[in-house]
Design a protein around this ligand. Sequence first.
Ligand SMILES: [Zn+2]
Length: 339
Amino acid sequence: MEKWTKWIDEENGGIQLTNIDSFLNAIKCSWVKRYLDYTNTSKWKLFYQKILKKYGDSLLFECNISNTILHEIANENIFLSDVLSAWSDVTHNLKTETSSKTILWNNKDITSNNKTFFYKDWFERSIKYVDQLYDYRIKDFYSFDNICYIYGIPSNNFLKYYTLIKSVPLHIKSEINTNNTPCTQTTFKKKNKIFYTLQIKNPTENSKIQNKWQVLFGENELNWKHIFTMPYKATIESTLRNFHFKYIHRIIATNKYIFKCKLSNSNLCDFCSENIETIEHLFWECKHIRPIWNQLISFLEQHQLNVKLSFLNIDHIVIIDVQYHFEVNRCRNEEVNVK
Ligand SMILES: [Zn+2]
């Protein structure tokens, strides 16, 4: 994490932290990289393989996945569908750059009654791309007889074949004709940094995270420039900066999230066990946390800083608090220098 924050900060002047969606996508993509690494024989993979099996397992990471499939997977495991969605967002850019061959299976552009195709036994007979069914000599799809002959497909699959080729839209068909040469496939050995830079080229204007906070704060306009740069102004301590960063970007693993990912038995707060452990609860509302804020109030009062603390003006309070500490630290440093 530290490496990342530094990298974003140094290279892009801190404010580029708004591209956190891209950053998170890059992390998710690196998870995919570990999943696709066949030398990695970790047990956790079995769990996900079980869900992805019906779509051809790792094949799915190469496909042009539909939202329907993402929803289906989300019902079984929300994390997996999250990762897949990030992965398809990121690799979409790669694919348009390299114009790789069109994959038949799980392709959102090739559907019948809103359903995508995946014939496991055909895939096992190495049928994967649309152009494998295409006869360049006659500029049309092979007859079913030819398909049976070439791939050893059983003759009772007649209807399956025709439903499939009838569902290939015209634009994909004409692409095969113009795109005669075999193209490079997307490789999975991309590094996180590449995934990240790739997305930085197409940054998302309004971060999802910013919207989430904005909903909480309602009409109170949030000063994002200030919020994003604050961790860097407030401290040089990298642990604290990391914490600020995680907090602002809501990537603190609360029980609410861990429970959602089915990694915990409860979504309740670890301290009070009474309320759902959201970021707001954990750092503001919880009865075990309140005393800290009350101490801050009396501390501020002692220093003639009469501020009303509430969650809605917390960003202002923290700013004042931070500025205060900033000043104190500066004075202390000067003292040290004098000595
Ligand atoms: Zn609590």
